[in-house]
Design a protein around this ligand. Structure first.
Ligand SMILES: [Zn+2]
Length: 66
């Protein structure tokens, strides 16, 4: 396993499920889940706490917090 890609937790409050998806697959997985389970509604989402952290990491990378 040389894959150091972070897993991102996603949450679906309606299905009451959580799962961890590799970062590059998150968008597709959410879309497929919402498409299949919720008629395309935006129900399943990245864990909001993590989404904030990711946003901060990206902002840090871009030097926005300096
Ligand atoms: Zn769902």
């Amino acid at each position: 396993m040389s894959d150091d890609e972070p897993d991102v937790p996603i949450i679906c409050p309606e299905c009451e499920t959580t799962s961890r998806i590799a970062l590059s697959n998150v968008a597709d997985s959410l879309e497929q889940h919402n498409e299949r389970m919720h008629d395309g509604e935006d129900v399943a989402q990245v864990d909001p706490d993590i989404a904030d952290q990711l946003a901060n990491l990206v902002a840090e990378d871009m030097g926005l917090l300096e």
